[in-house]
Design a protein around this ligand. Structure first.
Ligand SMILES: [Zn+2]
Length: 187
């Protein structure tokens, strides 16, 4: 490609002073070179376009699959009784919910069903779930379960599962409880 950096001369316009160094490219060669470069460029653009289309098609399919999975998950969560025992061992007189209360490091908490993986968060009502969207904004989503946070919280009284917490919160609780007995540090 160093040829390109040298002065391009066309016949008849060559200045006499640079005539010895100059590489003369005739109009036909120049035309062929331009055609070749344009053709290469076109191929690159077509290749890029094909890649882009393939990516978009794949992404579209991924979204369809993700939506299908989410719909299935929501369906199972809306049908789940969140109770242990299943169909065979189901005893209406003894209710044992398959839910667990978890407290995170930042003291926020969730109640999760261990069967359907539904998570309830404080502020969730029977009608709406408060969730972050892709941009981190809190949005109200329709609640596909019959429980809000209050229902899930009340159901904790009827479970044999123990509450869990992230380690730092446990340590923090232990330390504060030791320093100030009788005070619940989380509240
Ligand atoms: Zn459930």
């Amino acid at each position: 490609m160093t040829e390109l950096n040298k002065p391009v001369q066309t016949q008849g316009t060559t200045p006499a002073s640079s005539q010895q160094d100059a590489v003369t490219i005739d109009a036909g060669t120049l035309q062929a070179l331009v055609t070749m470069l344009l053709s290469e460029r076109k191929e690159q653009m077509e290749e890029r376009q094909a890649k882009k289309e393939a990516y978009l098609a794949k992404e579209k399919q991924r979204r369809i699959n993700a939506k299908f999975m989410m719909d299935q998950k929501h369906k199972s969560q809306s049908l789940c009784t969140h109770r242990k025992g299943g169909k065979s061992g189901f005893n209406p007189a003894y209710v044992n919910y398959a839910i667990s209360h978890h407290t995170y490091v930042d003291a926020s908490s969730t109640i999760r069903c261990l069967i359907c993986a539904m998570k309830w968060m404080p502020g969730d009502t029977k009608e709406h779930l408060n969730r972050k969207d892709d941009n981190g904004n809190i949005v109200k989503l329709p609640n596909h379960t019959s429980w809000g946070w209050a229902d899930a919280y009340a159901a904790l009284k009827q479970t044999t599962n123990t509450a869990t917490a992230s380690e730092i919160v446990l340590n923090y609780r232990a330390e504060v409880a030791h320093a100030e007995p009788g005070i619940d540090p989380v509240k």
